[in-house]
Write a protein that binds this ligand. Sequence first.
Ligand code: CP
Ligand code: NVA
Length: 336
Amino acid sequence: MNPQLQNKAPVAATIFPQAFWCHDLISTRDLGPQGVQAVLHLAEIMKSRPSVFQRTLAGKQLVMFFEKPSLRTRLTFEAGMASLGGTAFFVDQTHGRIDAREKLSDIAHNLERWVDAIVLRTFAQDTIEGMAEYASVPVINALSDLEHPCQALADYFTLGERFGDLTNVRLAYVGDGNNVAHSLLLTCACLGSSIRVATPAGFAPSAQIVADAQEIAEGTGAEIELMTDPCAAVTGVDAIYTDAWASMGQEHEADQRAKIFPPYQVNRKLMIKAAPNAVFMHCLPAHRGEEVTDEVMDSENSMIFEQAENRLHVQKAILYLLLGGAVRLPARSAHA
Ligand code: CP
Ligand code: NVA
């Protein structure tokens, strides 16, 4: 843990993110273990003491281009930016790709003259990488076909709130080896945690992402297992996670996938194979009756709305760090 981020209350501390921070958040790999720890630790401080950060991004402006729909990601970036004193502009790009009208580099060189950061939700990861290459301001991945880094950071933050030490947490992801699975793998690796991923044959996570996660795991002690048997994956774990069987952009495959994925449905029968008090997680939106039953979604052990809430706190930490917030953290008074 970076000592500058340690909340040593009641001793006052100043948080200077530039000392360790990367320029963009395109992939969880940009953060690495130290960056992931820093985001989670700062999110914890920001969640418990939001008023301290109210004006830390005053005068800063963010633009968001989304090629796909969004509820949580859009609103948590907008609300997060507002609660730090900054401004966010949303551009609905669902009618066509961002670079359909003009070259990505030309767009980047416009945007960098107007705003302080760019948030992109795209189909192609290349679009986000290209924007980061051309734009001088920070670029944040708000979901691509390949990764959803902000989601997985919020998910592990949520697990940390529930279980404490993340190195002792065992998570099982069952379903499609998609963007969310990829980001969970990379985040788990950075945190030295433990993950099993069970997917049908032919729907495994990207070999490159798995190789990168395993390489990070060698340094952090994380445990990563890939398998096809959902029952084996969930046995004894602390948390079971699933996501849509057909992601945004794969709607035309939904019928075909609906024939393959039913053994991966998270239902009561699957949940009882996990550890006692194991939690259920889903990034949302969920397709009730497909990848998860109502009974599990609405159970006491479902953490879906905690995850959704924490998108806000984690993204505030990301914005603060990328946009160069620097706040002197006052000592807690006896009443704070
Ligand atoms: N989980 C998530 O990213 O939700 P949205 O698609 O609504 O942003
Ligand atoms: N895998 C899903 C995640 C939605 C937040 C998708 O890409 O549609």
